[in-house]
Design a protein around this ligand. Sequence first.
Ligand code: HEC
Length: 121
Amino acid sequence: MSRFVNLAALLIAVGLPVSAPARAADGEQLFKFYCAQCHGLQGKGDGPNVTKDFPVDPRNFTKADEMNKLSDADIRNVILDGGPVADKSPMMPPWGKTLSKAEVDALVKHLRNLCKCKGKP
Ligand code: HEC
């Protein structure tokens, strides 16, 4: 009996840590899934969705001089509410209904990795 209990405890102990990280927001994965079709896998604004008739190029996230003009809060707002909240094109869709706060935070972090910049304080 005690061997059985030990085995059950072991399975629980092994099972929990495996499922937790899988659920944590992964900015890179989220970016590939939701953003890369326009902003490009490397964030250069050259995703497969972007054609010659696109009225405005999606932001190139690797340009530190452009990305430094935005604070983390600016980026968060555009992700949540879409381009028009920042007088930008509605071609940048709002994601507030799709993504959780933790996912948006993870995306902001990922964009800062892409530009290797800290942005406006
Ligand atoms: C349907 C295409 C499309 C998708 C999908 C998309 N974007 Fe955009 N995004 C754009 C376009 C176009 C712009 C440029 C708007 C402008 O400059 O007027 C933009 C601009 C931005 C900006 C810059 C705003 C600024 O003030 O310069 C951020 C940040 C951004 N997108 C983040 C994201 C994130 C994060 C995702 C994924 C959750 C995403 N975008 C998905 C098209 C898209």
